[in-house]
Write a protein that binds this ligand. Structure first.
Ligand code: NAD
Length: 368
């Protein structure tokens, strides 16, 4: 068997159900190493509350440098009520923000896929969501969550004023739009760009810059512009009209949550956060399920590992260009759902309930 160069994943299981779901990814990585001509190296470390408990900080410098060096980070989830009283700068979630900010992970990819086997889990009618497959690309490091000036200040009449600033530059808009166009080319070749160009100057700039990039480099991709509030309505009315949606940080936050709920279960949805290419042409990236640490079910074998496993499939596809292996893994997940195996969160009548690790093992046996 010819072995290719070792590629290192940094696993940061985090808190709550994080270690359980990332544990299933570890099994899958080990399966690929044993059965395919791949040689993934795994490094595993603490982040979030687990790191705070041991080192008094949500992420140590050592772990942060590992994150800089690795091919891709696979994160479980961080946080939980145990750390509610921890001072703001040391809260478990700061680990995530630091990684996103310092690794300049500016494009957040959130697929919303409705598996045909789970169409009943959605609150929408089956014909609206069955076969849904859309990708939301959210700008992650700019816009109103980061703009200056910001803060709360006293004003003359004894009242206070809260200030946040929504700003975007040409390069910030075009680099995330480029990710969306590139993705669309691998999918149905259609991008919808969302903003509020009718009431916001930064929205107008967004629209113009996306259009300019399209006209210069991506004429072969279909581009539509849509106001973000209309997009929220269209996602409920006829979500299958979309392929790739690209939008800013604030609208993306809402639209991606809305889109994920079309599919009915938090435990199934992966995400990727991608940065710029470094000088070797490699993209910095972090992959994680969209759900949190689910403290209410932690340690009971009830967590659904599929979102994290599909996040790993995204890592294979986007960080390692291993499309064939990513396809195989996604097909294995479908196969297990076809067989009627379900974790408790997606259990329905006539289906068989399995634990977190049984679900992981069943997916591996489908890979065989
Ligand atoms: P949550 O996503 O952890 O849980 C919401 C509900 O969904 C819970 O009932 C939970 O049991 C269920 N659930 C979530 N993931 C599941 C899975 N894989 N399988 C089965 N059921 C699942 O959201 P929350 O309760 O609002 O947050 C809990 C903690 O997680 C908080 O501390 C929050 O800050 C943190 N959080 C972290 C991230 C992250 O690390 N990226 C994201 C969201 C929330």
């Amino acid at each position: 068997m010819i072995k290719v160069k070792k590629r290192k994943f940094l696993l940061l299981p985090g808190d709550g159900i994080g270690p359980e779901v990332v544990g299933e990814v570890k099994k899958i990585i080990q399966w690929f190493n044993k059965n395919k001509s791949l040689d993934f190296e795994i490094d595993e470390d603490l982040a979030g509350g687990a790191s705070y408990d041991k080192y008094g900080t949500p992420i140590t410098d050592e772990v942060f440098y590992k994150a800089l060096e690795c091919e891709a980070i696979i994160l479980g989830a961080v946080g939980g009520p145990k750390w509610d009283d921890v001072e703001f700068s040391k809260k478990p979630e700061r680990a995530l923000l630091k990684l996103r900010k310092e690794l300049k992970l500016f494009a957040n990819l959130r697929p919303a896929i409705c598996f045909k086997q789970l169409v009943d889990a959605s609150t929408l009618k089956p014909e609206i969501v069955s076969g849904l497959d859309i990708m939301i690309v959210r700008e992650l490091t700019g816009g109103i969550y980061f703009g200056e000036p910001r803060g709360i200040k006293p004003i003359d009449n004894g009242e206070r004023k809260g200030i946040n600033t929504h700003t975007y530059t040409t390069s910030e808009i075009q680099r995330v739009a480029r990710v969306a166009f590139d993705l669309a080319k691998k999918r149905k070749n259609k991008v919808t760009s969302c903003e509020k160009s009718n009431v916001m100057e930064a929205g107008l700039l967004w629209k113009e810059e996306v259009q300019e990039l399209h006209d210069k480099e991506f004429k072969d991709v279909e581009l539509n512009h849509m106001l973000a509030d209309n997009c929220a309505m269209q996602l409920l009315r006829n979500p299958k009209q979309f392929d790739v949606i690209v939008t800013d940080n604030l609208f993306g936050d809402m639209l991606s949550d809305q889109a994920s709920m079309l599919t009915g279960s938090l435990g199934l949805l992966p995400s990727a956060s991608l940065g710029a290419k470094n000088k070797d042409g490699k993209i910095r990236a972090m992959y994680e399920p969209i759900h949190g640490s689910a403290p209410d079910i932690a340690g009971q074998g009830l967590a659904n590992p599929i979102a994290t496993i599909l996040s790993f499939a995204m890592a294979l596809r986007y960080s390692l260009d291993l499309d064939k292996e990513a396809d195989a893994l996604e097909k294995a997940v479908q196969g297990v759902l076809d067989e009627g195996l379900r974790t408790k969160d997606i259990l329905s009548k006539g289906m068989k309930q399995v634990s977190t690790s049984e679900m992981g093992s069943a997916i591996i046996s489908k890979l065989q």
